[in-house]
Each structure stands twice: as structure tokens, then as C-alpha cells.
Design a protein around this ligand. Structure first.
Ligand SMILES: NC(=O)C1=CN([C@@H]2O[C@H](COP(=O)(O)OP(=O)(O)OC[C@H]3O[C@@H](n4cnc5c(N)ncnc54)[C@H](O)[C@@H]3O)[C@@H](O)[C@H]2O)C=CC1
Ligand SMILES: O=C([O-])CC(=O)C(=O)O
Length: 275
């Protein structure tokens, strides 16, 4: 049915494989998972324990050349910005269609250009999923007409901002009320908050670009989840969006809907129709 490869075996990857296990009509031909060497043994054990029925053949690798030997039809990057830079040019140049989840990495214009050139060279496609946000279809369509104004606000409970520069501005453990700790553009947000502002980059890429997309980041002890709100004004349409996402059990920074967005991309590639 498909030779699937993943880079990363964290929250998104493992949840995605559980979903595929539950929803695919037929097993994958093969599943190749690339992890850091220190996680190889545990990952092999987990693949055999939980995903033996998901793919006819399963293997864990620790390098891109080993991954490419499996000749995957589709690769899903769910490992982080550093992996996008270090490994995806080679993957795309080798002709492997790639779903890039850590979209904020594309705030680096040079890297984005390299990836597009690699995809052209390899006759591969670089696929950017909507991830944790919605309305990307309309935003991207309106973008073609120009004249877009986009303002985005990302609000999460304080603990989702731990380990980020928000800690320098706020006492996240004792935050009593909502606090805006970042105001700037999408490039600054995606670069400074690589695990929390991929959505800002997605909106920028689909719409008005990294400089023109205004961003506010907020910690709120009363937030019902990871919230993404944005307003769009264009000569053709105006709309606003407010999404309250359930955080992942395995990573409070990442919304569960991100995994379903990747699942949608896979299903759209293997089903008889796409939506
Ligand atoms: N586009 C979007 O809307 C969203 C994007 N994301 C991004 O997706 C990515 C994955 O998110 P999660 O699964 O929640 O994170 P996670 O931290 O649970 O998993 C990342 C995994 O990548 C692995 N990894 C790191 N470097 C590696 C390497 N060189 N080779 C192989 N594996 C490596 C880590 O060991 C870890 O298991 C993150 O970059 C996150 O910021 C998350 C949510 C929404
Ligand atoms: O944009 C990100 O990096 C992650 C995020 O906010 C979410 O998953 O809700």
C-alpha cells in the first residue's frame, strides 16, 4: 500500500502510528523510523510490541542514507527544526515526498529556498500540513490576490511555555493572570519559539509572509487549551478564526489536532479522493 518513513518517534510520531493502526484499511508495505542512536533499541521494541500489524516490514534506522535505502514513498518529519535543516535537503534531493511538520524552520529563508531547490532537483514534493491551525485553504487562496493583513494570537497555559524565552519575562509557575509576553512578526516568533510558534509560520507562508504577519504570544492560566486566533483582511474577504485545541498528553506545547492534520495528509494520498 505504501512505504512510509518517519523522522522522530516522539509525541506526534507515536500518536500518528496509533491512529494509522486504527484507521488504515490495509497494512503499510513498510515502515521505517529514524531516531537518535540512543533511542534505537527502545524504538525497535516498541515497533514490535505495538505496531507489528501496521506494516508488513518494520525497521529502525539512525541515519538518512539507511532511511533512503528503504525507498519510502512518503516521509514525515516530526522531529524539530534542527532535523529539517540537517536532513531534509538530502531526503528531497533523493526524490522522497516529504511532509514537514516543524514548519517554523522555514522562517530561515535560505533553508526554505534550499528545500524548494532540493525538491525540484529530486522531483519530490515538500508538503506543508495545516498542523494545529485551520483555514489555511482560504488564507492561501486569498494570498494569491495580494493585499492581505493577518494578525495572529497564540495563547497557551503557562506550562506549555516552559523552556522558552517566556520564562525570562514571566514566573510561569505562579502566573495569576493572562500575560502577553511577545509581540512581533511571524519570523521572530517562529525563530524564538521553535516548539510553540509553528502555527505563526504556517499562517505567514500561506498568507502575508513572515514580516507582515503580526504575532502576539500569551500565557494564560485560564486558557482552555492551546488557542489559535487570527484575523484576516483582504480585498476579497474578511474572516476570523478561533481554535481551542486539546494539548497532547505527551507534549503540552503540541495540540493533538496536529497529528490528525498529518493523518489527513496521508489519507488524502492513499484514498480514492482527497478533501
Ligand atoms: N506545524 C504545526 O502546527 C505544529 C508543529 N509541531 C512541531 O512538530 C515537531 C514534533 O512535535 P512533537 O512530536 O510534539 O515533539 P516531541 O518532542 O514529542 O518529539 C520530537 C522527537 O524528535 C526526536 N528527534 C530529535 N532530533 C532527532 C534526530 N536528529 N533524528 C531523529 N529523531 C530526532 C526526539 O528524540 C523526539 O522524540 C516539533 O518540531 C513541533 O514544534 C508541533 C505542533 C504543531
Ligand atoms: O505552533 C506550534 O508550534 C504548536 C502549537 O501551537 C500547537 O500545537 O497548538
Amino acid at each position: 500500500m505504501m512505504d512510509l518513513a518517519l523522522i522522530g518517534f516522539g509525541n506526534i510520531a507515536t500518536t500518528l502510528l496509533l491512529l494509522l493502526n486504527d484507521t488504515l484499511d490495509a497494512p503499510l508495505d513498510s515502515l521505517t523510523v529514524m531516531v537518535l542512536p540512543e533511542f534505537a533499541e527502545d524504538t525497535e521494541a516498541r515497533l514490535e510490541r505495538d505496531f507489528a500489524g501496521l506494516a508488513a516490514a518494520r525497521q529502525v534506522v539512525t541515519s538518512v542514507p539507511a532511511l533512503l535505502e528503504a525507498r519510502p514513498d512518503l516521509l514525515i518529519e516530526c522531529a524539530g527544526h534542527a532535523v529539517v535543516k540537517a536532513h531534509l535537503p538530502e531526503v528531497l534531493r533523493s526524490g522522497v515526498d516529504t511532509i514537514l511538520v516543524s514548519i517554523g524552520a522555514l522562517a530561515d529563508d535560505g533553508l526554505h529556498a534550499d528545500l524548494r531547490a532540493a525538491a525540484r532537483e529530486g522531483d519530490a514534493r515538500l508538503i506543508l500540513p495545516a498542523g494545529a491551525v485551520g483555514g489555511i485553504d482560504l488564507l492561501s487562496a486569498l494570498g494569491a490576490a495580494g493585499g492581505l493583513e493577518v494578525t495572529y494570537r497564540g495563547t497557551k497555559p503557562p506550562k506549555a511555555w516552559s523552556g522558552t524565552p517566556a520564562e525570562e519575562a514571566l514566573d510561569l509557575d505562579h502566573l495569576g493572570e493572562r500575560a502577553i509576553f511577545f509581540t512581533g512578526n511571524a519570523r521572530e516568533a517562529a525563530t524564538a519559539y521553535p516548539k510553540n510558534a509553528n502555527v505563526a509560520a504556517t499562517l505567514a507562508l500561506a498568507g502575508a509572509g513572515f514580516e507582515a504577519t503580526r504575532v502576539e504570544l500569551v500565557a494564560d492560566p485560564a486558557a482552555p487549551g492551546n488557542m489559535h486566533e487570527y484575523e484576516v483582511s483582504s480585498p476579497l474577504a474578511r474572516y476570523s478564526m478561533r481554535i481551542e485545541n486539546l494539548p497532547s498528553a505527551g507534549n503540552a506545547k503540541t495540540s493533538v489536532s496536529t497529528v490528525y492534520s498529518v493523518l489527513r495528509e496521508i489519507r488524502n494520498r492513499i484514498g480514492p479522493s482527497a478533501i
